[in-house]
Design a protein. Structure first.
Length: 237
């Protein structure tokens, strides 16, 4: 999340001031929304949020939480038979059917991408740069390294924070142009506002969330949140 910009005169821009927001209870039962209830996830999320957690530990936690999310998000992937021989006998095992892509939204999504690669080493990683205008909260594309030809069973757009939903919606819009059969979105923390916007705009995708927070503040930051996920990963305060 970029540093908050100001209007003329030095006053902070307050793009969410006065905008109604849904409650947590209103979004927890949205279709195709999966909010983790794993106790290990809750344990690691507490350490991740702590303002005293330094960048090296923060980055490690992002990858650990990302790995847990990767296992949850890949639970229903298609498999195909795979004949092999063990040291004891032949058997028919199973392998993933078709390629898997992950699209980290730069730069904060890079830690999550590493987590997915540790779970599935041959995953394809496509980089997408979207930054948020702090006055309007609209996402603006500045980098796109998505292939023109794809052959995947699923692609995941990943970003630590789902705040207003603008970047997530734009990322899914861009991925849909590649005609991938199945798309999902994965994040660490979501605000009810952004979660509802993404679900309403793209009701045909699955959304995986490690933690659902209370709301956005007037500036558009998630509360209680964890601050700027990019800065905290890479130490650029």
């Amino acid at each position: 999340m970029a540093e908050t910009s100001t209007q003329s005169g030095g006053r902070p821009s307050l793009p969410m001031a006065g905008i109604p927001q849904p409650t947590r209870e209103e979004v927890t039962k949205l279709p195709r929304v999966h909010i983790s209830s794993h106790p290990v996830m809750a344990h690691k999320m507490t350490a991740l949020r702590d303002k005293n957690t330094q960048p090296p530990e923060f980055y490690r936690l992002v990858k650990e939480i990302g790995a847990l999310l990767a296992y949850e998000a890949t639970l229903s992937l298609a498999l195909e038979p795979a004949p092999i021989e063990t040291p004891m006998a032949p058997m028919v095992g199973q392998r993933l059917a078709g390629g898997i892509g992950v699209t980290p939204i730069l730069r904060a999504g890079l830690g999550l991408a590493e987590a997915f690669r540790e779970v599935i080493p041959d995953i394809q990683v496509w980089h997408l740069g979207l930054r948020r205008d702090e006055h309007t909260l609209q996402a603006m594309e500045y980098y796109n390294r998505l292939p023109h030809k794809v052959d995947l069973q699923v692609a995941y757009a990943i970003d630590p924070m789902l705040a207003t939903g603008g970047s997530a919606i734009d990322a899914i819009n861009i991925l849909k142009l590649r005609n991938i059969p199945r798309l999902s979105y994965v994040c660490i923390i979501a605000a009810p506002y952004g979660l509802l916007k993404l679900s309403q705009t793209h009701p045909d995708i699955d959304i995986y969330v490690a933690a659902l927070d209370e709301s956005l503040n007037d500036v558009g930051y998630i509360v209680p949140g964890l601050g700027d996920a990019g800065d905290r990963q890479f130490g650029t305060f």
